[in-house]
Design a protein around this ligand. Structure first.
Ligand code: FAD
Ligand code: MLT
Ligand code: ZN
Length: 523
């Protein structure tokens, strides 16, 4: 029998409800701004950045853009520009004077051709949910906002391949896939705002990575516009295609620095018909790891997420989102989601595992549910950590790959190192993928705190042979730390590739690649 505490949210839900579970799986924060009201300083000032030798926009340029796009899709008023200049975390602020909103690939091509000829720098922008300052300009780059390129072109019901314009909102694509008994192999808290093109450009990971792997496995083809306006259709949309170099992979995770992604072909797996999850309270991180190990071996084929949060993240998220805590206070929480096609059998396997975990003392308390609104509540707590934390102050955010055994040690080391200099240091993330999110919240940005965190965090991660960017990318904020995870030889090849695709360096300057002269990750 399942211990009583496991059933505290939901005793027995009829299996008929399970089918709708996936559709309602998670609440979806549509916000795009944290609720903070402090005024965001210009990135160029805060971080002392020198403008590259690009031309400045003039009236002839604006006239050309209006000719290509029509006046409505050339935005120049200060009020309207603001949301394109400031990032989701309210940390980076650019000074762009113009935002362009193309409707199709030909328009993107015409814009790029003109910008390249005139040496005008550009910043491609999707849903502007990126967390490393890559999606907003640093100076006066022309913002190319992809939001109007939002058509789903096709979904092959037999192969499951969906083709969509890059500006399609992830959630819209997910809804369309589900109507066709498919799902998108990617899910994240920003899905109501982020674009599939932005996801590909960042090689976003998220909550389904554990089950479906990276976008490198699921993106079958791309259409890309290069810096000079050349339109490159890559790939055949076939799963197997070994005709020459796999060029489209270069653009997955290139963060707008090699080309503008205009169309994506994505493999969408079949939609599971039964979903359930449990939220567990645990007394130590070691218990979380043991729990993961047992879940991994017993639920291998049906486990679709294994996430963890520490007590700080759990409390802040519940408080900021006004969610009554479903469990009392524990040092750690884990969320295990299973999904499949055999409701009875899947449920039995999860329940038997939970009984054993409780029985052997690894899990102190927990709830299990397959009721959609209750699953939503649990996901709201997990997915709401980013927003809740950022509401509390300036967020020094790190996204690291670290061997599981050592993952939480970094959070503890940072707590000791920073003490009362900050409001709190907290850890959570995609444990199944070795991906720790470390949020350090302080009253405001200060160089003193920044220096206490960096390069310490990067050195710590390199020592453990981890990665200083697991899924968010390098963008503006982490570009000079690339050397902690990549060799000088690899960075040198990346610079040559950039030169090949974008000889004038107009695509998303000050992002991804380190500044000239930066060798060891220091500015
Ligand atoms: P933007 O933020 O607009 O841009 C991101 C980068 O991609 C920029 O460098 C931009 O120049 C470039 N870009 C955008 N569109 C294009 C295009 N069409 N062509 C070329 N370059 C382009 N990330 C994860 O990996 N996993 C998560 O679980 C996750 N959860 C998140 C939860 C929240 C609440 C938030 C706010 C963010 C989260 N993110 C996560 C971070 C973020 O990377 C993703 O939200 C998403 O992939 C960014 O997509 P976007 O359309 O908003 O891109
Ligand atoms: C998440 O997993 O919640 C996202 O990557 C956002 C974050 O790092 O806070
Ligand atoms: Zn994440």
């Amino acid at each position: 029998m399942i211990p009583k505490s496991f059933l505290s949210l939901n005793v027995m839900v009829s299996y008929a409800m399970r089918r709708t579970a996936w559709a309602n799986r998670r609440c979806n924060p549509r916000h795009i701004r944290c609720a903070s009201t402090f005024s965001v300083p210009f990135t160029a000032d805060r971080y002392s950045i020198k403008r590259g030798s690009y031309e400045k926009i003039n009236d002839q340029d604006l006239a050309k853009f209006r000719q290509i796009l029509g006046s409505d899709n050339v935005i120049t008023s200060d009020d309207d520009l603001e949301r394109y200049n400031v990032d989701w975390l309210n940390i980076c602020r650019g000074q762009s004077k113009v935002v362009l909103r193309p409707k199709d690939t030909q328009q993107v091509s015409a814009i790029m051709k003109h910008c390249n000829e005139r040496s005008l720098a550009v910043c491609p922008q999707g849903g502007n949910t990126g967390l490393v300052g890559g999606s907003v300009p640093v100076f006066d780059e022309v913002v190319i906002s992809m939001g109007l390129m939002n058509k789903i072109i096709s979904l092959d019901k037999i192969s499951g391949v969906a083709v969509a314009q890059a500006g399609t909102v992830l959630e819209t694509l997910e809804n369309h896939a589900m109507e066709n008994d498919r799902i998108v192999p990617l899910d994240l808290g920003a899905k109501g705002s982020c674009h599939i093109g932005g996801n590909v450009a960042t090689n976003a990971g998220g909550l389904r990575f554990l089950r479906y792997g990276s976008l490198h496995a699921n993106v079958l083809g791309l259409e890309v516009v290069l810096a000079d306006g050349t339109i490159l259709p890559f790939g055949t949309n076939m799963r197997k295609d070994n005709t020459g170099y796999h060029l489209h992979h270069l653009f997955i995770g290139s963060e707008g620095s090699l080309g503008i992604i205009t169309q994506v072909a994505l493999l969408c797996p079949p939609r599971p018909t039964s979903v359930s999850l449990c939220l567990l309270g645990l007394n130590s991180f070691e218990d979380v790891l043991q729990c993961y190990q047992q879940a991994g071996s017993r639920l291998t084929d049906i486990m679709s997420a294994f996430e963890f949060l520490d007590t700080q993240c759990f409390a802040v998220s519940c408080e900021e989102h006004n969610v009554p805590a479903p469990l009392k206070e524990f040092p750690f929480y884990a969320i295990i989601e299973v999904s499949g096609w055999q409701p009875e059998a899947d449920s039995t396997r999860l329940n038997e595992l939970l009984e054993d975990l409780m029985g052997n003392g690894l899990v102190a308390d927990g709830i299990v549910t397959d009721e959609p609104s209750r699953m939503q509540t649990v996901w709201k707590i997990r997915e709401g950590v980013a927003e809740a934390s950022a509401r509390r102050g300036y967020c020094y955010k790190y996204d690291l790959s670290i061997p599981k055994q050592q993952m939480y040690q970094l959070v503890q080391d940072m707590k000791e190192r920073l003490g009362s200099k900050v409001i709190f240091s907290a850890g959570y993330g995609h444990l199944g993928d070795n991906n720790l999110h470390l949020n350090i919240i302080a009253a405001d940005y200060t160089p003193e705190v920044a220096k206490a965190i960096e390069p310490f965090v990067f050195e710590w991660t390199r020592e453990k042979k981890g990665s200083i960017s697991a899924e968010h990318g390098l963008g503006f904020k982490k570009r000079n730390a690339i050397h902690y995870s990549q060799s000088p030889a690899a960075v040198s090849v990346m610079k040559k590739m950039k030169q090949l695709f974008d000889p004038k360096g107009i695509l998303n300057p000050y992002k991804v690649l380190p500044d000239d002269g930066c060798i060891l990750g220091h500015e």
